[in-house]
Design a protein around this ligand. Structure first.
Ligand code: PRP
Length: 206
């Protein structure tokens, strides 16, 4: 039996569809239920930011989560496979027409992704004032809270609608299958079996 942590929303849906195509049966949570048990799997429905936490503490053996979230959280889990879904970028956005000037004395950056942002500027030896926000990041430069933002860009529509544009890409992200380190050894056959089956599905789509 493998316990699988899935992030509520589109990724959980897409992952369950992969399982359905592999096993030829329906995998669906009952209304509001957070656990789904089948013959060989126990699926947990958690918040996106909590997936790696469940896996790291071995409350789940495997999980599915965005690379951006993994990089931001830095939890020690095994990255098994790129599922090639949820493709997006982490990028710096500024008001249209403004230029990224890294020589400026004081740079204020608003973001949800404080660690990725701090790392990006530290690697360039730039002292940036990183302001943590929890959402609606695009608003920050419009009202003078920050000079720029670091945020997820998928279609680019949110930035565009708010008069912002990407001035620099920090990283590409997509959804990854991850595993707990102990589970990977203790349940190696099971983990590798599902890894291979999912890999076959993902490869076929190429
Ligand atoms: C992300 C991000 C942007 C938006 C970008 O937020 O913070 O606001 O998506 O997508 P786009 O380029 O396709 O417009 P998300 O929808 O993940 O919600 P959140 O702020 O609650 O995390």
């Amino acid at each position: 039996m493998l316990t699988v942590a899935l992030p509520k929303g589109r990724i959980a849906k897409e992952t369950l569809e992969i399982f359905e195509s592999i096993f030829g049966e329906t995998f669906a949570f009952d209304d509001r239920k957070l656990i789904l048990e089948t013959e060989n799997f126990r699926f947990l429905l958690v918040r996106n930011q909590d997936v790696a936490t469940y896996v790291f503490h071995q409350a789940a053996d495997i999980g599915v989560v965005g690379l951006d979230t993994l990089e931001e959280q830095g939890l020690d889990v095994i990255r098994l496979l790129d599922l090639r879904r949820g493709v997006c970028k982490v990028a710096i956005g500024m008001k249209v027409g403004e230029k990224l000037d890294l020589t400026k004395a004081e740079i204020k950056v608003a973001t949800k992704m404080v660690n990725i942002t701090k790392r990006y500027f530290a690697e360039r030896a730039i002292a940036a004032d990183v302001i943590k926000l929890y959402g609606s990041i695009e608003l920050a430069p419009l009202v003078g809270l920050a000079d720029m933002i670091v945020d997820i860009v998928e279609t680019g529509a949110t930035m565009k609608q708010n008069g912002l544009e990407v001035v620099e890409e920090i990283m590409e992200s997509s959804t990854y299958l991850i595993a707990n380190k102990n589970s990977y050894f203790e349940k190696k056959a099971e983990v590798l079996d599902i890894y291979e089956k999912i890999n076959d599905v993902v490869k076929q789509e190429k």
